[in-house]
Design a protein around this ligand. Sequence first.
Ligand code: CP
Length: 315
Amino acid sequence: MKDKKIKKDLLSLKDYSKEEIIKILDMAEEIKSEPGNYSDILKGRNIALLFDKPSTRTRVSFEVGINQLGGHCLVLDSKNLQLGRGETYADTAKIFDAYLDAVIIRTFMQETVETIAENCSIPVINALTDKYHPCQILADMQTLIEKNLLFKKNLKFVYFGDPNNVSNSLLVGFTKLGVDITICCPKSLKTDEFLMEFLKKESAISKNNICIENEPTKAAFGADVIYTDVWISMGQEEQKEKIEMMMPYQVNSDLLKNARPDVAIMHCLPAHRGMEITSEVLDSDNSIVWEQAENRLHAQKGLLKFLFDRQDDSK
Ligand code: CP
């Protein structure tokens, strides 16, 4: 077992300071603009991607990004590991620790990534759980910086739809950076109360405003950025009755009449066209979703450099 003291994970941005998040984003932009200077920074490093759920962007962007940085990537499917036959995540983590330099995992419970992190000394990256999706939010913040929006005075950023792992992570990331955020969702859907308690304390320090709004027209009024995500997350497919309740929160051209004419439209993808967002809006000139998706690659490269620099510095 390697030295436990040098471990540094990304399980949620809750554990990160504003300065650390900015450092990752600066690194991401630097690697994006000068990729040739970073083509061997992961040379000799073996990094595993473990998936308990499907993925397109996360899987491809991490695998390509690791290769572009000179590292070796193993893509693992838990069904084909002994995990599928009942070996525990804790025991699997000890094996990862012996062979690998980092592990990136997409799974259901946040506790699973925490268990893996507790049982190995190598960096562990959360590539989505039911609770958080921090890698997505790093790419979102990078995209908003490129558009000169993230630190715009009086920015109105509104997330429409289901309070989920993406909105949780947006709330955490924006609060850490002191950026205001509005969540617009039906009254019956609430953000996790423990997270809200955490955010209340953090907001008192970072001085951002968190607004929960139930009326879509009011929420969209004057918005600079409108963000949405699927209404039914992976693993929750039985919740089909939710769709009727969510329809008033659809991001469509009528809703956009209330926003600024240059409102930027974001979606972490995959999109369910005609459900949380119409094709007309997703494919419009206001949409920045494809740049947002591309930045998954760059933001994660910044993150990997940040984590390994930190580990190397602590040796
Ligand atoms: N946004 C996102 O995480 O996409 P995938 O599910 O395709 O990885």
